[in-house]
Design a protein around this ligand. Structure first.
Ligand code: GLU
Length: 429
C-alpha cells in the first residue's frame, strides 16, 4: 500500500521462508502455510449523498484458522491492495500464535478514503461489506476488528448488519465495538499500551530505566497516541512525532527536544491522526519534513504508521544513538533491512509480538461478550500486561538461547504452534 516498490506479501513470505528453512519445516507444511487458505474479493455498490452510486472494492482474506477462528482488522485506505491484505492476514496468524490466544489469522480491506466520505456513506459502505461476506465471517468463523482508518462506529454498523441478516444477537462476531455495546474497556488503548508493555520488559532486560530514554514516533493514530501516553507515564521522553497532513497530502514531523506533551498533541489532531500544523507551531513545536522522525538522536524509534517504512534506502539516516526499534505498525521494516539492523546491533521488537496487544484485548472482548459479563478496565489491562509479558519472555528467552534476532525467535515460536495445530487436525501430515 505505501508506495515504496515493496510488496508486503512477498516480504511476509520471505520472512516465513527464512525461518521455515532454519527450523527445518517440511515442504508440504511450508507450501500450506506460505499462502492464505481462503480469499474473498468483491465489489460493494454504495449510494453516495449526491445521488450517484459508487462501486468500492473489498477483500477479506483468511490465512489460517487451525488454532481458532480467523481474526484481524479491516483497513480502509485508498491504496489498499490484495497483496497487502494477504500479508497482514498471514502476520495475524503469527501474532495470535505468539500471543498464545486461540485464534487464527485474517484481514480485510476496502479501497476507499473515509476522510472524504460522509457518515451516511461510510455506514452504507460498512453494511455493504458485511452483506457481501455474511456467510464467511462470524463469531466461530472469522472475526473482524478495527484497523487503519476504521473505528468502533464502523464495527457497530457491521455488527448490526450481520445480526439483521442472521436474525439473532452475535456480539462476538466483531471486536473493537463501543463500550456499552459489547466493547471491552481498554480496547482503544490496548495496542499502544501493549507496545509499551513489551518495551518496558525489554528495557528491564537491558538494565535501562525507561526514564532515561528518548523516543521518536512515526504516526499519531490510535496506536501511536496510546503508546506515547504510556511511554511518557513511565518517564520516557518523546522528542518527535511525525504524521500525515490530510490537507497538504504530505507528512510532517513535530519536534520538541525537551519532550512533546502527548495530551496537547492529541488535543490538536483530527480523528485520523493528522496534527494541526498551525496550532502545533503556536504551541512551540518545530515543524520538520515527514522523514525527520527517523533521523532523530533518540534511543528508541517507534514506527507506528504503515508498512515498508524502514528500508535500506533510509537506513543510513538512522542515528548511531538508536538502540531499539519497536515495531508498533504491521510490517514497517522490509526484510532486506533486517540484516543492516542486526549488523548495527540495534535490538528489534518485532511487530507481531509488540503490537499483539490489540488482538489480545479483542480476544478478551469476545470472551466477555460470550459471558455477557464485562470486566473493569484495571482487570482488562492487568490481564493484557500479563499476556504480553509472557509472550515477550518466551521470545526473548529463545532469542538469547539460540543467539538469534527477536523477529526470528518470534517466528519460530509462532510457526511451530500453528504447524502443530495443522498437524493435529490432520490437514498436513
Ligand atoms: N488490527 C489489529 C491488528 O493488526 C487488531 C486486530 C484484532 O483485534 O482482531 O493487530
Amino acid at each position: 500500500m505505501a508506495n515504496t516498490g515493496y510488496n508486503p506479501f512477498e516480504n511476509a513470505q520471505a520472512q516465513f521462508d527464512g525461518v521455515a528453512e532454519t527450523i527445518g519445516l517440511d515442504s508440504s507444511m511450508r507450501e500450506f502455510l506460505r499462502q492464505p487458505m481462503k480469499e474473498f474479493h468483491f465489489t460493494i455498490p454504495v449510494k453516495m449523498d449526491d445521488g450517484t452510486t459508487k462501486t468500492f472494492k473489498g477483500f477479506r482474506i483468511r490465512h489460517n484458522d487451525a488454532r481458532g477462528s480467523g481474526k484481524g482488522g479491516i483497513r480502509f485506505h485508498p491504496e489498499e491492495t490484495a497483496d497487502t491484505v494477504r500479508a497482514l492476514s498471514m502476520w495475524m496468524t503469527w501474532k495470535c500464535a505468539v500471543a498464545d490466544i486461540p485464534l487464527g489469522g485474517g484481514k480485510g480491506g476496502i479501497i476507499c478514503d473515509p476522510r472524504i466520505m460522509s457518515a451516511g456513506e461510510q455506514e452504507r459502505l460498512c453494511r455493504g461489506y458485511v452483506r457481501a461476506l455474511s456467510e464467511n465471517i462470524g463469531p466461530f468463523c472469522d472475526v473482524p476488528a478495527p484497523d487503519v482508518m476504521s473505528n468502533n462506529r464502523h464495527m457497530l454498523w457491521m455488527l448490526d448488519e450481520y445480526e439483521t441478516i442472521v436474525g439473532n444477537r452475535f456480539p462476538g462476531m466483531i471486536t473493537g465495538k463501543p463500550v456499552g455495546m459489547g466493547g471491552s474497556l481498554g480496547r482503544t488503548e490496548a495496542t499502544g499500551y501493549g507496545v509499551i508493555y513489551t518495551l518496558k520488559d525489554l528495557l528491564r532486560c537491558m538494565n535501562i530505566p525507561a526514564s532515561e530514554t528518548t523516543a521518536s514516533f512515526q504516526g499519531f493514530g490510535n496506536v501511536a497516541e496510546y503508546a506515547a501516553r504510556m511511554y511518557t507515564e513511565l518517564g520516557g521522553k518523546v522528542t518527535a512525532v511525525s504524521c500525515w497532513d490530510n490537507i497538504e497530502k504530505t507528512s510532517y514531523t513535530f519536534r520538541k527536544v525537551f519532550g512533546c506533551d502527548i495530551s496537547e498533541l492529541a488535543g490538536i489532531k483530527d480523528k485520523f491522526g493528522s496534527i494541526d500544523k498551525d496550532k502545533a507551531l503556536a504551541l512551540g513545536y518545530e515543524v520538520l519534513p515527514g522523514d525527520a522522525w527517523l533521523k532523530q538522536d533518540v534511543d528508541i524509534l517507534i514506527p507506528a504508521a504503515l508498512e515498508n517504512q524502514i528500508t535500506p534506502a533510509v537506513f543510513g539516516d538512522i542515528s548511531s544513538k538508536v538502540k531499539i526499534i519497536c515495531e508498533a505498525a504491521n510490517g514497517p521494516t522490509t526484510p532486506d533491512c533486517d540484516p543492516l539492523i542486526k549488523g548495527r546491533g540495534i535490538i528489534m521488537l518485532p511487530d507481531f509480538l509488540c503490537n499483539a496487544g490489540g488482538v489480545t484485548c479483542s480476544y478478551f472482548e469476545q470472551v466477555q461478550c460470550n459471558m455477557n459479563y464485562f470486566w473493569d478496565k484495571d482487570e482488562v489491562l492487568e490481564k493484557l500486561e500479563r499476556k504480553m509479558t509472557e509472550a515477550f519472555r518466551a521470545v526473548y528467552d529463545l532469542a538469547q538461547e539460540k543467539g538469534v534476532y527477536m523477529r526470528d525467535a518470534a517466528y519460530m515460536i509462532a510457526i511451530k504452534r500453528v504447524a502443530e495445530a495443522v498437524r493435529l487436525r490432520g490437514w498436513v501430515t
